[in-house]
Ligand binder design. Structure first.
Ligand code: SAM
Length: 283
């Protein structure tokens, strides 16, 4: 008998991949957590049935959420990461010797425990001495923080369930307050190809735009996410990710990456017309 994992990308579209083995299936206080071993994508992590990470294409998401802001300001020293329980974002951040402190706020300790055991490809740097993990709701954590971080990365689930509050105006306002004068906020911002996420994406972009001086959107090709086309939000009190890219200095660091490079950094902000139109509709 064949086993297949299926995620409904819309009511009419499904993504399926063949499963060799189910390694974990458990219910935490917040969500259902599963790790499956698949034929094509290696191990995959799902939360409440939604695909979060696959061993085969996670490098794209994690490199793009980290290296775009880091190459824009190589002086980043204090970083707050919200969500990110699989550890892939932390793995990329700890490659920068200049980063002094990484605070990670993850609501669900079981995601971290499961990934440390079964998804070592991403959860391999959570014990770095610069990393402190707080098991708390990011929305609540950030309310009490002022002028503390150079960079905030929102590596969250989708805008429902525990991740819902991370797409609100209150949250973005608190991120602004938690950042220093030149602070940068990067968030995963869904996709606009299918109508189901369009509204959420447009509304969150508008809220960020109303809060930050610089507000841009960039793209990445992520084969296992709905439509294979994913967006990230880049917001800042000061830096422009295109004008201020420190390409020469970033390249001197000699970091080996599989997706990110400084030419692609610039190209990622050149959006297709239909996405630009979607963003303009709310401007
Ligand atoms: N890195 C990923 C990717 O490639 O899309 C997936 C994101 S990571 C697994 C998302 C994490 O956000 C989950 O572990 C979830 O528990 C966490 N999360 C959801 N809502 C949260 C909240 N309000 N505060 C903190 N963490 C939250």
């Amino acid at each position: 008998m064949e086993l297949w994992y299926t995620e409904n990308h819309t009511e009419n579209v499904r993504f399926s991949t063949k499963v060799n083995n189910q390694l974990v299936s458990l219910q935490s206080d917040y969500q259902h957590i599963a790790i499956l071993e698949t034929e094509e994508f290696g191990k995959i992590l799902t939360l409440d049935g939604y695909l979060m990470v696959t061993e085969k294409d996670e490098f794209i998401y994690h490199e793009m959420i980290v290296h775009v802001p880091m190459a824009t300001n190589l002086d980043i020293k204090k970083v707050l990461v919200i969500g990110a329980g699989d550890g892939g974002t932390i793995r990329e951040l700890v490659r920068y010797p200049g980063i002094e402190r990484i605070d990670m706020v993850e609501i669900d300790s079981m995601v971290v425990e499961v990934c440390k055991t079964h998804l070592k490809q991403t959860a391999c740097s959570l014990d770095d001495p610069r990393v402190t993990i707080y098991y708390e709701d990011g929305l609540r954590y950030i309310r009490n923080i002022d002028n503390e971080y150079d960079l905030i990365l929102v590596d969250s689930t989708d805008p429902f369930g525990p991740g819902e509050g991370l797409f609100t105006k209150e949250f973005y306002g608190n991120c602004y307050k938690a950042l220093g004068d030149k602070g940068i906020l990067v968030n995963q911002q869904e996709s606009t190809f299918y109508g189901s996420y369009l509204d959420v994406m447009q509304r969150s972009h508008k809220k960020i735009k109303d809060t930050f001086k610089v507000c841009k959107v960039y793209q990445a090709h992520i084969p296992t996410y709905p439509s294979g086309f994913w967006l990230f939000g880049f917001a800042s009190k000061y830096y422009d990710p295109i004008k201020d890219i420190q390409a020469e200095d970033w390249n001197k660091l000699g970091l080996k990456t599989k997706y990110y490079n400084t030419s692609l950094h610039l190209g990622a902000f050149a959006l297709p017309n239909y996405v630009k139109e979607h963003l303009n509709e709310i401007d």
